[in-house]
Design a protein around this ligand. Structure first.
Ligand code: FES
Length: 171
């Protein structure tokens, strides 16, 4: 036997539906707030206890950069290809970086040797700290190489980008 909803049943059902929908929306918002974006969850800072060795860069996969030394000091050179974002690999024999995607090549200081990339590699900001945590040097766009010294440690901020050198006149 079928029967129509009474006015009271209809109002109760509408109220319960509205409460359920509101709870679902609020729950969703709560989850959104509880789960920060992936980039926020990972620390952008990487600490290294030693300068790069003099002979070849050290690749730091966690930060997608190479820890490089030259006569001026140490630098963190991004291994993200400026063409379309593939991760570059260090090539010992060529003494430079090569892109596995479209073949761009860069010298060991990040200058373009062969396209299609038409921009040098980015550098990441490096801060040198002494044993007490005091800042003794920090890279900038005008000063891409940080001081190397005994008992210094190095903090690399992968979110702070410094444009790399365009040609041999720049270092
Ligand atoms: S992504 Fe590196 S050359 Fe295209």
């Amino acid at each position: 036997m079928s029967r129509l909803f009474s006015r009271r049943e209809f109002l109760f059902t509408a109220w319960a539906t509205a409460i359920s929908l509101a709870a679902g929306v609020m729950g969703g918002l709560g989850l959104w707030h509880a789960s920060p974006p992936e980039d926020d969850a990972a620390s952008p800072l990487i600490e290294l206890d030693a300068p790069p060795p003099p002979d070849a860069p050290v690749e730091i996969p966690a930060g997608k950069f190479a820890w490089v030394r030259n006569a001026q000091g140490a630098a963190a050179i991004s291994q993200i290809c400026p063409h379309m974002g593939c991760v570059l690999a260090w090539q010992t024999q060529e003494e430079g970086f090569q892109c596995p995607c479209h073949g761009s090549r860069f010298d060991k200081e990040g200058r373009v040797v062969h396209g299609p990339a038409d921009h040098p590699l980015n550098y990441l900001q490096v801060t040198a700290l002494d044993a007490s945590g005091r800042v003794v040097d920090r890279t900038t766009p005008e000063h891409r190489w940080v001081r190397i010294g005994e008992h210094l440690r190095y903090r690399i901020d992968v979110n702070k980008i410094i444009p790399g050198p365009k040609d041999a006149a720049e270092t």
